[in-house]
Design a protein around this ligand. Structure first.
Ligand code: KG4
Ligand code: ZN
Length: 317
């Protein structure tokens, strides 16, 4: 069955056609990122205006590129949260209108669960239950996945999201937005153990806290006149990865699972991927990570997961 996925939860407008939850026939994403850069973050008003302008064309291109007709689409899957309200509304309204006018059933998909699914495209059948860590600009959450429609939260951030901390540290260092890729680049030239940073402890061991380390970076920069941005980036990044690894593998041990799925924009980070894989080999836990083109927000992950939610769909949602 061909599923048309629609994703508009943040600054991207994305549409994709995925066959049987595995084969990506097209995955087209248009981002309004360049319009937000000068404001140092996403401006919701700009995001949804651009999405309104582009959604029809992006969906059209996805269908053309997949070389299918609208009548070949058996299901529409649309991100229904979490995300920016105006942005989500653009995708949901478009999907509802298409569903009703073409009589194609519609299913809503959770954006974070989509990020989990992004790592599973090449996996025949993953043994459930498994633990999953989603690290993005808005969320840092550990999930326990019993099935694609039975997902529990094991832990989440008490304050800033992990990607948000990368973005804020980049800002403190006078760098651009988004901060993640810039910090990663600087970190390659720095000493990861050069400065001793730490992430704040949390009462619940599987929760996260990243606001303290961000403030520690701010104080360090103010205090140390001749600081090395490379060392700060490398030490910050390494400390954050240490914490993500420690908590994710603790969750696997507590839940006695041999599979860990990581997803979300921060998994673009090569150092993070390598360290998770290394730790997985050491602990005999298989780590699944998304292909690079599926790490950031995209509609293929929504269409892919939508296929597994068949049976819950309705005309017009
Ligand atoms: O999942 P995503 O595309 O959007 C949300 O749903 O939030 O994630 C975006 C986040 C941003 O905070 C960005 O700084 C971070 O992912 N990011 C990275 C890297 N590339 C993007 N963080 C660390 N290293 C990277 N290479
Ligand atoms: Zn995302």
């Amino acid at each position: 069955m061909n599923v048309l996925g629609i994703e508009t939860s943040c600054d991207e407008t994305s549409a994709s056609v995925v066959s049987d939850g595995t084969k990506i026939l097209s995955n087209i994403t248009s981002s309004s990122l360049s319009f937000h850069k000068k404001y140092g973050g996403i401006v919701p008003e700009i995001a949804f205006r651009k999405q309104l302008e582009t959604i029809t064309q992006v969906a059209d291109s996805a269908i053309k590129k997949a070389d299918v007709k609208l009548s070949d689409i058996g299901l529409i899957a649309v991100t229904n949260g979490p995300g920016l309200l105006g942005s989500l509304l653009v995708g949901i309204s478009f999907a509802k209108a298409l569903s009703l006018s073409m009589r194609i059933p519609l299913v809503g998909v959770n954006h974070l669960y989509g990020h989990i699914y992004a790592s599973l495209f090449h996996t025949e059948k993953i043994k459930m239950p498994f633990v999953s860590l989603v690290v993005s600009g808005g969320h840092t959450t550990l999930f326990y996945v019993k099935d694609f429609n039975r997902i529990n939260v094991l832990g989440e951030t008490n304050d800033d999201a992990c990607g948000e901390a990368f973005d804020k540290v980049a800002k403190i260092l006078g760098l651009g937005y988004p901060g993640g890729p810039i910090i990663e680049e600087l970190a390659k030239k720095g000493n990861p153990r050069g400065i001793r940073f730490s992430c704040s402890g949390t009462k619940q061991p599987l929760n996260f806290s990243f606001s303290g380390i961000k403030t520690a970076v701010l104080y360090y920069v103010r205090r140390t006149k001749k600081h090395s941005r490379n060392d700060i980036a490398a030490s910050f990044q390494e400390t954050v990865i240490d914490t993500l690894i420690r908590k994710s593998f603790l969750a696997c041990r507590l839940k006695k699972t041999g599979s860990l799925v990581i997803g979300g924009g921060v998994t673009m980070n090569k150092r993070l991927r390598e360290r998770f894989l290394q730790e997985g080999r050491f602990n005999r836990i298989k780590v699944y990570s998304p292909d690079k083109d599926l790490s950031l927000d995209n509609a293929a992950m929504i269409a892919g997961l939508g296929f597994h939610l068949r049976g819950r769909e309705r005309l017009g949602g």
